[in-house]
Design a protein around this ligand. Structure first.
Ligand code: HEC
Ligand code: HEC
Length: 334
């Protein structure tokens, strides 16, 4: 190519990037180091080896020994739907620890499957499943990996290195959405899933599971249900604290704001998180008193980091507009 051709090709690339600006990776150059984490399982090449689903895999019907977990507050990821499941080995249980954290037995598998309804107005038009993420505990250590679903939606294959994939869907109000969805690399999984440099689950703690759910047509407490099917040890559920759903407009603004920051930011911004983030002296955990969270001293910085698409800098390519509105309203109220 001549110099002019190279220049022209560069220009085209720039224009493509510029058109897609809203959907591009966040706006900040944070370097993620290569983490050193021990592994105690060898991941299978194909997701089907774990027998997570029964019947047609794309229907996402959990096999008998996998149990649905529903969280009160969730992580935003490009508007994807997520199904979360847990399996513990036969004859073992999850156990409540003193501080409300769950201790999982060796052999536990936690899964999270990301998908989009092709048209949110009519689910009979099908969905596209993107990835299924796994956490597997063995010899006391959590192992992490994700599986990318094939085009036929019959199985998924191990994907450890990070992959872009274009997704598009129609929202409930009929508008078209699309983004260049990013499947994180294994090292990026560790960025969020670490506590004191050790791999850890994030979502299923007791307070985030302590909520009403529908099972077999009945409405019941999720912890009570997990106890009834034998996978959670027995304790008085009424003693467990509850996390609010940040989308629940009937909850207080301060609880909703803190629940959002807990599930979307606190996995990095807490004293035991990845040191790249803990240097910032935020502690966004739900239970941390407001005066110690750093929120009051950095109100503008928090809002700007969201609006400028600097934070969170991995895990989503799109701005969570509803979430940002909530945080602005919350911070405004302080
Ligand atoms: C941006 C931070 C972030 C990254 C990157 C990330 N996760 Fe997570 N992950 C979370 C949060 C927060 C939750 C809990 C909230 C939820 O599920 O909505 C979670 C939940 C999960 C769960 C369900 C059990 C649990 O811990 O709550 C699995 C399994 C999981 N992640 C696996 C992975 C894998 C595999 C990767 C890498 C391919 C990954 N995650 C990358 C933040 C992250
Ligand atoms: C994957 C880990 C991670 C997640 C998730 C994350 N942050 Fe951060 N955050 C960082 C790191 C690392 C820095 C330091 C960035 C730098 O060095 O420029 C930072 C810096 C910040 C800053 C300081 C910016 C400045 O100008 O000094 C704010 C404010 C912030 N984060 C807010 C948030 C909020 C709000 C969320 C959730 C919506 C969030 N972060 C989610 C890792 C994270």
């Amino acid at each position: 190519m001549t110099g002019i051709q190279i220049y022209a090709a560069g220009l085209v690339l720039l224009m493509v990037v510029a058109c897609n600006e809203d959907n591009l990776r966040p706006n900040v150059d944070v370097e993620i180091p290569e983490f050193d984490f021990p592994e105690t399982v060898v991941f299978e090449q194909n997701l089907s080896a774990y027998s997570i689903f029964e019947g047609t895999p794309a229907d996402l019907i959990p096999a008998n020994d996998f149990h649905l977990l529903e969280l009160s507050s969730i992580l935003f990821t490009d508007y994807a739907h997520k199904q979360r499941l847990v399996k513990v080995p036969a004859g073992t249980q999850m156990t409540r620890m003193n501080d409300g954290v769950i201790d999982y037995p060796d052999g536990t598998i936690l899964t999270k499957t990301f998908f989009y309804q092709n048209d949110a107005r009519d689910t009979s038009l099908g969905k596209r499943i993107i990835e299924t993420r796994l956490l597997i505990k063995e010899s006391g250590i959590w192992n992490i990996a994700t599986y990318l679903w094939n085009q036929e939606q019959t199985d998924a294959t191990l994907a450890l290195n990070g992959i872009d994939t274009q997704v598009s869907w129609i929202t409930a109000d009929g508008s078209s959405q699309s983004t260049l969805y990013y499947v994180p690399s294994q090292n990026e999984c560790m960025t969020c899933h670490q506590s004191n440099s050790t791999m850890t689950p994030i979502g299923p703690n007791l307070r985030n599971l302590n909520r009403m759910v529908e099972r077999n047509g009945a409405s019941l407490n999720q912890l009570t249900h997990l106890q009834a099917v034998g996978v959670l040890n027995n304790f008085e559920v009424s003693q467990v604290a509850q996390m609010v759903d940040y989308n629940d407009a009937s909850a207080s603004l301060s609880q909703r704001g803190r629940a959002y920051l807990d599930m979307n930011c606190a996995h990095c911004h807490n004293p035991n998180g990845w040191e790249g983030a803990t240097e910032r002296e935020f502690d966004f955990r739900y239970e941390t008193p407001l005066s110690q969270s750093g929120i009051l001293f950095e109100e503008d910085k928090i809002i700007n980091a969201l609006l400028d698409r600097e934070m969170p800098f991995i895990g989503t390519t799109m701005l969570d507009q509803e979430g940002v509105n909530l945080i602005m309203e919350y911070i405004d109220s302080l």
